[in-house]
Design a protein around this ligand. Structure first.
Ligand SMILES: [Zn+2]
Length: 242
């Protein structure tokens, strides 16, 4: 075989292999997230066009679910969605469809609230007894409650440095914002909510690693696991407002 033909065949094979690898390892894991982005954009343009995609704050979506919906809006992204290669989403993102500081965020479950002195947009609530696995301590993390410049939208009841303040389910925590730490690149206005594992010494593990978080599906009584999702929008039929 002509040497040039051989080189061409090898190059085509290498390209095909690379394309197949990228398809399997990059495109396929991220495809459901792209689909959710498209649906979220549709809703943000016209929430009234799909009222069933709007979940109400304080709603219990299944009788067996211990948690209430922590804010109002569309659940745009799920636990284990993938926005970047190798990055797995550790919580759920609920978009209010309003301006910054308008959509209330409430406690999904009772516990003891801490806001570290450096936290502008986040609080974490210690739940000493996991309602779905009694005896285990878990932590509920709520974030993006500040504007793009870091002006906090957290309730004045929880100033920076708050430690172990007792709250009940439904307590107002603050309002949805778009803080990311980079004023030039704010997030869409939403609440990020996650369930974080305890470190075994009375503290919480690093929330940024999905392995330190729990699938919130059974806690909220909704299909919130990206890999198990059938791709349809998350709805809460027959949800009971508490
Ligand atoms: Zn998020």
């Amino acid at each position: 075989m002509d040497k040039r033909v051989l080189i061409t065949v090898v190059l085509i094979g290498a390209c095909a292999g690379l394309i197949f690898y990228l398809y399997q390892n990059v495109f396929l894991p991220m495809k459901p997230t792209f689909g959710r982005s498209a649906r979220l954009n549709e809703w943000l343009k016209d929430p009234a066009g799909h009222p069933e995609w709007t979940l109400r704050a304080g709603t219990r979506c299944s009788p067996a679910a211990p948690f209430l919906m922590p804010t109002e809006g569309m659940i745009g992204y799920l636990w284990d969605d993938s926005f970047k290669v190798g990055k797995r989403h550790q919580g759920i993102d609920i978009f209010g469809g309003t301006e910054v500081g308008k959509t209330p965020v409430v406690a999904a479950y009772a516990g003891s609230l801490t806001r570290l002195s450096t936290w502008k947009s986040a609080v974490i609530v210690r739940v000493p007894d996991d309602p779905l696995q009694p005896g285990r301590q878990i932590w509920l993390y709520y974030t993006h409650m500040a504007d793009r410049y870091g002006n906090s939208l957290i309730s004045s009841a929880f100033p920076p440095g708050t430690m172990e303040k007792t709250i009940v389910a439904g307590t107002l925590l603050g309002y949805q914002g778009n803080y990311t730490g980079d004023a030039a690149n704010p997030a869409g206005i939403h609440l990020h909510f996650s369930i974080v594992l305890d470190n075994g010494e009375g503290g919480f593990l690093n929330e940024l690693d999905i392995r330190n978080t729990l699938d919130p599906s059974p806690y909220l009584g909704l299909p919130l696991n990206a890999r198990a999702s059938d791709g349809s929008a998350v709805v809460c039929p027959g949800g009971v407002n508490q």
